[in-house]
Design a protein around this ligand. Sequence first.
Ligand SMILES: CCCCCCCCCC(=O)SCCNC(=O)CCNC(=O)[C@H](O)C(C)(C)COP(=O)(O)OP(=O)(O)OC[C@H]1O[C@@H](n2cnc3c(N)ncnc32)[C@H](O)[C@@H]1OP(=O)(O)O
Length: 213
Amino acid sequence: MTESETLSLEAPALPESPQDSALAEFAAAACRRLAGGILGTTGSGLRAVIEAEVRALQAALGDSAELHGVAAKHPPRFDRRGRVQVLTNPVMSHRNPLAPPLVHHHDGDESEFRVTLPLQYQGPRNSLHGGYVAVLLDDVLWHAVRQMAAGVSFTRELTITYERPVPLFEELRIIGRVTTIEGRKTFAEGEIIAGEAVCARARGLWISPKSSA
Ligand SMILES: CCCCCCCCCC(=O)SCCNC(=O)CCNC(=O)[C@H](O)C(C)(C)COP(=O)(O)OP(=O)(O)OC[C@H]1O[C@@H](n2cnc3c(N)ncnc32)[C@H](O)[C@@H]1OP(=O)(O)O
């Protein structure tokens, strides 16, 4: 995958400094903490969470020294016309508060995310929402496909089997691998593992449009 394939094409045309990029990721991290705190605290605890994040953001805005030495993990790229392009992906982007902080790596034909998910991803009590189970598996399988197949492919079919609840608050391994490539079609499968337990499985088909194959 090249980063430009996951960049927004609608990004703002204004220039952006490395400090702006670091500030954006700092603000995204504050938004994530706020989301968890707003859901997980009440009363004076809630007020304390909000106050702490507002103070941190004000400090970072007022004095870039607060961010001194902090490099953005996903700084924007610039297209040939000099326009800023921002990585927007709601699973991978450090700048998107919807995306949880995860570690991603490829090994051979496998792609893997490691992540611990907080309260804002909850469906059943203490468990991951089933729709987000599918989101994570879709994305990790897409990355496996991107490594192995020519061109950029899009999810055509995705089947999820929910074997047991996916826990929040503990590290998950989310794994995708390619099983078969037939021309423009790539079949892949994967799973979400907590501890030693497979909680959900996925299999699906990714197709590269004729123009990109
Ligand atoms: C820049 C990208 C950044 C991505 C970031 C990560 C994203 C994570 C992954 C995603 O979520 S992608 C977003 C969700 N997916 C989409 O929005 C895709 C919407 N669907 C499409 O755009 C088109 O359906 C698609 C490009 C996938 C395929 O269109 P085509 O017109 O090229 O497919 P076509 O109908 O010609 O089928 C191609 C071949 O597959 C076969 N086929 C289709 N469905 C099948 C099926 N279910 N099983 C087996 N074969 C199948 C079909 O018969 C045909 O076989 P032949 O080549 O032999 O004629």
